[in-house]
Each structure stands twice: as C-alpha cells, then as structure tokens.
Write a protein that binds this ligand. Structure first.
Ligand SMILES: *[C@@H]1O[C@H](CO)[C@@H](O)[C@H](O)[C@H]1NC(C)=O
Ligand SMILES: [Cu+2]
Length: 745
C-alpha cells in the first residue's frame, strides 16, 4: 500500500510578545497551580497554521515534507562518513545515497545497531529522513525496523538528544522519520532491529527533507517544546497506558494504516503497537484472538486497570487488555461504533450512541444504552436510555453522526453526566434503567468532535472546547449511505455547492460546565474565553497543575485531510480562564489523532489518518510535548516512601509519602484511553498536601483521597506533586479501591 505524507511545512516566523504580570498574578495565584500561570500572552501572536499560513505543497502521489534536499554531485556530494557495511563494493554504504534504484546498502552481520552517518556538506534545517526499503523487501528481509535518528553539526558529536526513534512497518512503502526542525549537517541513523529477524539491514536509499526557516521560540521554555518523534508501525488511532507497567499501547485497525477489509465486522482483528519509553523501543503485536476489529471503538478502564474496548468495526465485540494480555469478553447487547463509553462510580462500563449498527453503512439510531458489569462479565441493556435525546441537531448525517463521540462523566450515585457534544446535556441514572433527565444547556449545538475534560473533579468542573456543527465540512456524495465518496463529488464548485448543506467551520467556543451538588439538578454553564484558534478533531489533556492542553485538530473538519490542520496548541488556565498559544508542532494531527498525559507529566500527541482514501494522510508517529513546567531548569520533586500497601488506597483514606523538598500542590489524574477526540475517563482531582507534624528534617506529606466514588472513580490514578514553582513530579501510580465496586474477581 502506498503511503503519502501530504504535509505542509510552515515557514512562518512566530512573533511572540510576553509580559510577566507578576504583581497581580501573585495575588490570585492558586498555590496548587504553580508559578508559570503568571505568564500571559498579551501581544499579537502570529502563528503558523495551515489554515492561515502558506499553502502546503501537495503533489498528488509524491510525498512532500518541507522540501526534499536534492543530492548534489561532484565536490558538494553528500558523503557517508561512518557506516557499517559488508566488505564488498556492491553493498557499500555509498549506495544508500546515490539515487540509484539498482544498488543498495547492506550492513555487515555483526552486532547491532547497524549505523550510517550522512554528511550533507553544509548545515540545513533538517525536518525529516526518508528510507526506501529494497523492492524485494519481502523475500530478502532485513529492512530497517527499529531505528534511532540523531542530528549533529559536528562529525563525531552525538550528544544532542535523538530526534526520532521507533519501529517501521515491514512492508515496501517509504519509511519516514519526521521530527521538529533542527539545524544539522550530519544525520545518523542507527538500525536497532531488522525485519524477519535478519542479522543485517538493507536500505535502498535515504533522503532528507529541509525547511527554509523555523518558528523561533522564546528560549525560556514558556511555550513548551516538541520532540522526540516516536515512529509506530501503525497509525496510533487509539492509545492508552498500561497502568501496571507504564508503557503505552496503541492500535489501528485490521491493517497498519488503512481501513479494515469488508468482511471483518464480526471476525475482525487489530494491529497494535506498544511503546516502551524507558528502552526507547516500539514493538508490534497483531491481536486476532479476540476476533475484534477495534477500529473506532469505545474505551474505558475498569477498577482493576483493565482497558475495556467496545465495538467499532467488529461492532458487537468487547475486548480487555490487562498486563499485556488481550481477552475476549461478552458481546454487547447492541452493535455500535463511535459510541460514548465511560466508567461509572461503581466500576461498571457504560455505553451510549454509536448508532452505526453492524457496520458503518447500516443505521441503527437510538439503540438503548448498555452497561457492562466486570464482576459477572455481563452486559445489561438500560431500556430507559437511548441516544435520541443526546443527538446533536446540526449534522447532515443525523442517523450516522449525531450520537458519535459522546462526552460522558461518571458521577455521584452511579449517575452519568452527558456533557455533549449536543448542547442539551443530561443525567443518566444507571441504577434506574438508565432514566434520562435534563442536565442543562451548553450554548447551542455545534461542538461535534470537540472535547470535554473534567479538570477539577471535586469542584465538578468540566472544560468543553471547540468542535463543529457537523462532523464533516464537506458533504461527501449524494446520499446518506454514500459515505466514502471524495469531496470532488461536490464539483464543479466544491466549496459553494457543498456549503449549501455543509461547510460549517469549527468553533473556538469554550465553556466551563459546573456540576451541581445534587445529581439531577441543572449544571451551571459559563463561557470561558474562546480558543485563539477554532478547531475540531483536536484533543484535550488535563495536566497535573489543572491546566488543559488542547492540541491539533483543524478549522474545517474533514476526515483524512490535513489542509486546514491547526498547528498551534493552546493552554487553558483554570485560574485566569484564558487560553494562551503554545509552541507549534510540525506534524498535523487531525482526524484520528490522539493525545494522552504520560506518567512523566509530558504529553504524547500522535496519529491522524488511517484511510484508504487517495491521497491518504497517514501519520504513523507521535511526538512528545514537554509543557513549560518541566523547562524551568529546576529539579523535579520526587515521591518516595508511599504509605499505600502495594500502591492500593481506599476511597476516603489518607495517603502519605515523602518528597525530597517542599511541595505546595498535589493531584490525581485518572488513567484514560484516547480515541476520536474522546477520553472520558480522564479527570483530575486536586489534592491538598498537608505536612505531617513531627517530621522535622523530612518532607513528609499526607493527602486525603476523596470519599466519593463519583469523584475519585475507582481504578488507577497517577499521583503527582508540585513544588512551589509548579514543577511536577513523575507520577506515582495508585489504585483507588472501593468496597462493593463491581470488579473482576
Ligand atoms: C428513546 O427514548 C425516548 C425518551 O426516553 C423515547 O421516547 C423513545 O421511544 C426511545 N426510542 C427508542 C427507539 O427506544
Ligand atoms: Cu474512526
């Protein structure tokens, strides 16, 4: 399958003007939320964005990323300055950069990593490396799989951090490592593993992409930083963390980077890839035993830390992931894909919506809700609940899209709060057959594929941001069933003709939804400042300090396109209630992109694409975003001597721990899974650390875990502490137990 990266590279210099409003900020500063809240963007911010910046190069089938650097001949020719190869001339390293399809580099068979260092002759702003596998990759084996890419300005100085690493898929397509632009003359690739277990590697050709200029960021790290890139052998469309071992699991579909086969609805399978941050490796696992094509599912963690994946392509199926093992669970009562899913306060898994039926071409609107009990491995339909009330009213495919990607919040008394994307919100009572009652009104409809995140669970506060009136900007095709027709169908005037029924730009509207003290009362909705950059198909991640990081998306929601990608993420402050633009990322993250907080308090942002549409825009990678709180140059606080036995703590209990210095804040963030802009399990509980008396000379603290299971939903959480400057620790994982919760025995 050919893979086309049709990405723009923005050539805009970003002008940023900051003031440090220390005086007034100090007065209102929430000590738990740290110093860096004091930065406020007041000046004009010219930001690179595909929407309002230069049009990216798009040349049909030719992959483009910035500009491909041509290989000069003669004195200026690139050189291989270091490389391991067989002794014969036919396989020499020079063949990796000679633009000749008949020759290739083959390494020796001694110990890995095999390596090659290319001298570009002068310094460039390097943005990407492309490796072409041998055309006989299938019979020869030995294509580069595991790899690391480093840059340098000096021939033998490899002290700069690796810019990209991971594992490339074993097929004949071009392999990319796209990273944040850096100045370099030397590019080094280390091949850590070869396909088919070969002791050597073979590469047909390497090419380099460059930019003309880069976004200039302030040196103080106040906008955060991007990098490295992690290359996956799949498009990571769903991601979650293994809470026991800390690594990240991702999955695509029944293919690495495209749609599943036609007949995979109930006998499906899924490609998965696991990233191990400590060893900087990515491994692939094809999961077929659960017969579940997990493309476009619901995701939620149960109390024991099992990720429960429901429906999607194999629309009846339920699969659990637990410590590396994938298990088939009972089928749902009804088939669904794109449903909302969340864990309730008693540990059950609730689903609603996703009325695409047995497959995406069937419509089963208003299916009753369904709830899974992990203690019995049974689904129970909730017949007083269906998606008719929670549908958005503005979409042109009402029976297909209107109940997709629902924002759900597990809350007190086993209720589920439906927060969107429809404007009319609801309470769902899972103990009473799913009875639905009004929950309040949040603006007007128009937030499909926007995000909602509970950034302060004790206060019952949820931030909702962005989305669009319709799932898709263009009407694709004539009838509701012709879903997968190209926008060119709208010709002769794609814009105008399609705009009649479609063409609604994304919104920048954002709201704070405050849940009432009593379940069943109406929530209070307060508009908070609009996003600087309206977007849909973005992701939202709550950080340990309560800030919400919104990243990716596009201004005209169009699945499998990158044209209007929004490359400027934004940070929302829960204190000031304003958005500030952060460091732009170089890789578009649009439809099917994901973002997830990692235990080290950085954010993984990846994926996008996964389609057979031509031209396809598939992103088989992720990038790490490091928020400003880790760029202060200060040492991070470290948690030790935690009182929890085996990291388990009861609801309402105290947890004590030692820190290697003074802290002023702490928080719990629940593990969650992200796909299709939704991560309903994600929430933050703000904790108040109390210094233990009589611990002079030691920084011993105690925090109280909330008693209320609707606030501290039982299951796995990341405990962070924050110092006086807002610098967070690495997370300590705790399991919040609840007596009488429904869990696997
Ligand atoms: C869905 O729920 C509504 C309101 O409770 C009800 O009137 C309607 O009949 C239900 N539809 C289906 C298909 O069950
Ligand atoms: Cu999807």
């Amino acid at each position: 399958m050919s893979r086309k990266f049709l990405n723009m590279f923005s050539l805009v210099i970003c002008a940023l003007f900051f003031v440090y409003d220390v005086g007034s900020a100090a007065l209102i500063r929430d000590r738990n939320d740290g110093h860096h809240d004091e930065q406020v963007v007041v000046g004009p911010v010219a930001s690179p964005s595909a929407a309002d910046g230069p049009v990216r190069a798009m040349e049909g089938a030719t992959p483009t990323w910035g500009t491909q650097l041509s290989k000069p001949t003669g004195a200026k020719a690139w050189k291989v300055v270091e490389c391991d190869s067989r002794k014969d001339d036919a396989h020499d390293c020079k063949h990796a950069i000679n633009d000749d399809d008949k020759t290739w580099w083959q390494s020796n068979e001694k110990k890995s990593p095999h390596y090659i260092t290319i001298d570009l002759g002068e310094e460039y702003i390097v943005t990407a490396l492309r490796m072409k596998p041998h055309k006989d990759w299938d019979s020869l084996g030995g294509s580069i799989a595991g790899h690391r890419v480093s840059l340098s300005n000096k021939e033998k100085d490899w002290t700069r951090p690796v810019v990209a690493y991971g594992t490339w898929v074993d097929d004949g397509s071009d392999k990319w490592a796209i990273f944040e632009p850096e100045t370099a003359r030397y590019v080094r690739l280390e091949a850590t593993t070869a396909t088919r277990g070969k002791p050597f590697v073979i590469a047909q050709e390497f090419d380099i992409w460059v930019a003309q200029s880069v976004t200039v960021l302030p040196p103080d790290g106040s906008l955060g930083r991007w990098g490295p890139t992690i290359d996956f052998p799949i498009v990571p469309v769903g991601v979650f963390l293994d809470p026991h071992q800390g690594h990240l699991v991702s999955f695509s579909s029944e293919t690495h980077d495209g749609f599943p086969g036609k007949n995979s609805m109930s006998g499906g399978s899924t490609f998965t890839a696991t990233w191990f941050p400590a060893s900087q490796t990515v491994t692939e696992l094809y999961v077929a035993n659960t017969k579940h094509g997990m493309f476009c599912p619901g995701m939620a963690y149960d109390v024991t830390g099992r990720m429960i994946i429901t429906g999607g392509q194999s629309s009846f199926m339920t699969t659990s992931y637990d410590k590396g093992t994938w298990t088939r669970l009972k089928q749902m009562t009804y088939p669904r894909g794109y449903q909302g899913s969340v864990t309730s306060a008693d540990g059950r898994i609730f689903v609603v919506g996703g009325s695409w039926g047995v497959d995406q071409h069937q419509r089963l609107p208003n299916l009753p809700c369904d709830i899974y009990d992990p203690s019995t491995d049974k689904w129970e339909p909730l017949l007083d609940c269906n998606s008719s009330a929670i549908r958005t009213k503005t979409d042109g495919y009402p029976d297909y899209r209107a109940d997709n990607h629902v924002w759900l919040v597990g809350w007190k008394q086993n209720s589920i709060f439906h927060a969107g994307p429809a404007a009319e919100m609801h309470w769902i009572d899972t103990s009473k057959g799913g009875a639905m009652t009004p929950g309040g009104q949040r603006g007007k409809d128009g937030a499909m594929c926007g995000t909602a995140v509970m950034y302060d669970a004790e206060a019952g506060e949820i931030l909702a941001a962005g989305g669009a009136a319709q799932y898709e900007y263009y009407k694709r095709g004539g009838t509701d069933t012709e879903l997968f027709v190209a926008p060119e169908q709208c010709l002769p005037d794609p814009e105008k003709k399609c705009k009649a029924a479609y063409g609604k730009d994304a919104t920048g509207e954002a709201f704070i939804i405050k849940l009432p003290n009593d379940v069943g009362q109406l929530a209070t909705v307060t508009p908070t400042g609009n996003l600087n950059h309206p977007r849909t198909f973005h992701n939202a991640v709550v950080l340990p300090n309560g800030e919400v990081f919104v990243v990716g998306g596009m201004t005209k929601g169009e699945p499998f396109k990158d044209e209007t990608a929004q490359l400027v993420p934004e940070m929302w402050s829960p204190i000031r209630k304003v958005w500030r633009p952060m460091a732009p990322n170089s890789i578009p993250r649009t439809y099917h992109s994901v973002a997830l907080l990692l235990p080290d308090a950085t954010v993984l942002v990846g994926g996008g694409g996964l389609s057979d549409h031509k031209p396809a825009v598939n992103h088989l990678d992720a990038q790490i975003y490091t928020p400003p709180y880790l760029l202060t140059g200060r040492k991070r606080p470290t948690i030790s001597k935690v009182s929890a036995s085996e990291s388990k703590v009861m609801l309402g209990a105290d947890l004590s721990f030692t820190v290697d210095g003074e802290i002023v804040g702490a928080s719990l963030i629940r593990y969650g899974g992200a796909t299709h802009t939704v991560n309903n399990d994600q929430r933050r509980v703000k904790l108040v650390p109390i210094r233990e008396v009589g611990t002079a000379g030691e920084f011993r603290y105690r925090v109280a875990i909330p008693k209320e299971p609707g606030v501290a939903i039982p299951g796995f959480w990341m405990l962070f502490v924050l110092d006086n400057f807002g610098v967070p620790s690495v997370a300590y994982t705790v399991q919040v137990l609840c007596p009488g919760c429904k869990q696997k025995g």
